[in-house]
Design a protein around this ligand. Structure first.
Ligand SMILES: [Zn+2]
Length: 367
């Protein structure tokens, strides 16, 4: 059968506001074309946030493309854009984005002049106080609904009253901060950047970081599975399986994050704002830029640093004395006597002291 040279009207179909018709020699039906186009769009849509989908669904994407190439647009006078026309469109997009960038840079240079450290701090405190307030309100709802069933009614009532008092005080504090802050979206940092400028940067950083971590975990998980399966050493195997479990759960958490927009981001760090909170899970933690939390982190770091310094000093100092031998508690008397007689022969001047956990320690007399 020869292909018709004149397109029959029945071969023209309408799909999503377009008219389409099979090219000469096409072997696919319109339904197959529609399904292929839907698959192609779905993969490309998903891949904007999860680029590895192109690899995972590569053969589906190839088949869909092959079917789509058998079809063409059928509107009268329709023609594909020529290469120079496509180039001109891309150039126009580039020109527009450069102009936007220049306008943002000029605005930030101007806005740097009105930087106000007090307002900036007040805004951060306000965000922190609001987050604490919402946690306290949740806590009150939980307590009223009977959380901690072992509590007596008096204790519950006292706790609820205590939180209620704290939330009232916090509401007053929030009102004061809100008056200092004014429009919280209009407060610039010392570089003149508005919160929305920083959210844009946060989203880019978060997105790249997520992609990097997912790709790393996708490579690491099969590796760990193989090494764990081949390992003959039980301790090593259980360590590898633990690592595998952690890697799998991290991957699951990252993949579950839906596509985010700039508005979803924290303006102060590369995390979605909804990940900030005081109970983990579901939250990852408070924002490190919130002043109260930043102060607690600073103090914690100081304590850890001091402890590390102490350990270092101890390690560098003279070695701690050790007993000659330690006899655990609960040994049969016969064993204790045998052991003690052996030790007495070897160290006639040794003395016995009671150690931790009812152990007996044998020390040099001058230790
Ligand atoms: Zn943050």
């Amino acid at each position: 059968m020869t292909e018709p040279t004149i397109r029959q009207p029945k071969q023209v179909h309408e799909l999503a506001g377009m008219l389409v018709a099979p090219r000469p020699g096409a072997t696919s039906t319109f339904e197959e074309y529609a399904a292929a186009r839907a698959t192609f769009l779905e993969i490309n849509d998903d891949a904007r946030w999860n680029p590895w989908v192109h690899e995972d669904r590569a053969s589906e994407e190839r088949s869909a493309t092959a079917v789509m190439e058998q079809w063409t647009r059928a509107e009268t006078g329709f023609r594909q854009l020529t290469d120079p026309e496509v180039q001109e469109m891309l150039d126009e997009v580039g020109r527009r984005s450069n102009a936007e960038f220049a306008a943002d840079a000029a605005r930030q240079k101007r806005d740097k002049e009105r930087y106000n450290a007090e307002r900036e701090q007040a805004r951060l405190s306000l965000l922190e106080q609001e987050s604490i307030l919402s946690r306290q309100r949740e806590e009150m709802v939980e307590l009223r609904a009977g959380r901690y069933p072992a509590w007596s009614e008096e204790h519950r009532a006292a706790k609820i009253a205590e939180i209620e008092h704290a939330t009232n005080a916090r509401e007053t504090q929030i009102a004061t901060l809100a008056a200092i802050v004014g429009d919280r979206e209009d407060i610039v940092d010392k570089y003149g950047r508005l919160p929305r400028d920083r959210r844009k940067a946060s989203l880019l950083r978060y997105r790249l970081d997520r992609e990097h971590k997912v790709r790393e975990l996708r490579a690491r998980i099969p590796e760990l599975k193989t090494v764990a399966a081949e390992s003959k050493d039980r301790t090593e195997r259980s360590k590898l399986l633990g690592e595998l479990q952690t890697a799998e759960s991290s991957l699951e958490t990252l993949l579950a994050v839906p596509p985010l927009t700039e508005d979803d981001m924290c303006s102060e760090c590369a995390q979605p704002a909804s990940h900030h909170g005081w109970v983990s899970p579901p939250y990852d933690g408070p924002c490190p830029a919130w002043p109260g939390w930043a102060e607690r982190l600073r103090r914690a770091r100081e304590i850890l640093y001091a402890a590390a310094e102490r350990t270092k000093a101890e390690e560098a100092g003279p070695p701690k004395p050790h007993p000659i031998a330690v006899l655990p508690s609960g040994l049969p008397i016969a064993d204790v006597i045998t052991k003690l007689s052996e030790l007495q022969k070897a160290h006639p001047k040794a003395i016995v002291k009671r150690g931790r956990a009812n152990k007996w320690e044998i020390w040099h007399a001058d230790a």
